[in-house]
Design a binder for this molecule. Structure first.
Ligand SMILES: [Zn+2]
Length: 162
């Protein structure tokens, strides 16, 4: 037996392989969950960055988690419109990112244009200083950029806002 609350609970345990402090629910990837009387679960996912190699891994993890939660069948649908945006990352999840040492996209100036932000507007997740410098447009994964804080000298990653 599985219900929607249990399904959401199971999904909240599915961590993004590229950002292992955030679940697929934290990221806002899970758009809807429906459970029918026969314990069949239909889940709608909106992938993050298109072409992100983690997408298939995440989908399999979602299926596995729902089956463990009691789903008899799991149907995964993709919804690409509206496209995923870092705005769907919850404020609580942004704080988890910051505590992990990744600058969350939410720290951008509110008026910054997606992907056209001024590098100086990125706040260091450790000391909150904004005297930061972009070292590379790509960090360990394409979803992140590599920065260095000129105040505390710590390198850190930015979860790129889109
Ligand atoms: Zn710093």
């Amino acid at each position: 037996m599985v219900n929607e609350a249990a399904a959401w609970g199971a999904l909240a345990e599915v961590l993004d392989p590229e950002v292992p402090v955030l679940s697929v629910v934290d990221l806002g990837i899970v758009r809807s969950v429906a459970v029918d009387a026969d314990d069949r679960v239909a889940v709608t996912l909106t992938p993050t960055y298109s072409g992100c190699p983690a997408t298939e891994v995440i989908e399999q993890a979602v299926v596995d988690a729902l089956r463990q939660a009691g789903a008899r069948e799991v149907a995964v649908q993709h919804r690409l419109d509206p496209p995923w945006t870092t705005d769907w990352i919850s404020p609580a999840a942004a704080e988890k990112l910051r505590a992990y040492g990744i600058a969350p996209p939410h720290l951008q100036a509110a008026d910054a244009q997606p992907l056209r932000f001024h590098p100086r507007s990125i706040a260091c997740p450790r000391c909150a200083g904004t005297n930061t410098q972009q070292l590379s447009a790509f960090g360990a994964t394409a979803c992140k950029a590599l920065y260095r804080c000129l105040d505390c000298l710590e390198p850190f990653e930015l979860f790129k806002p889109i």
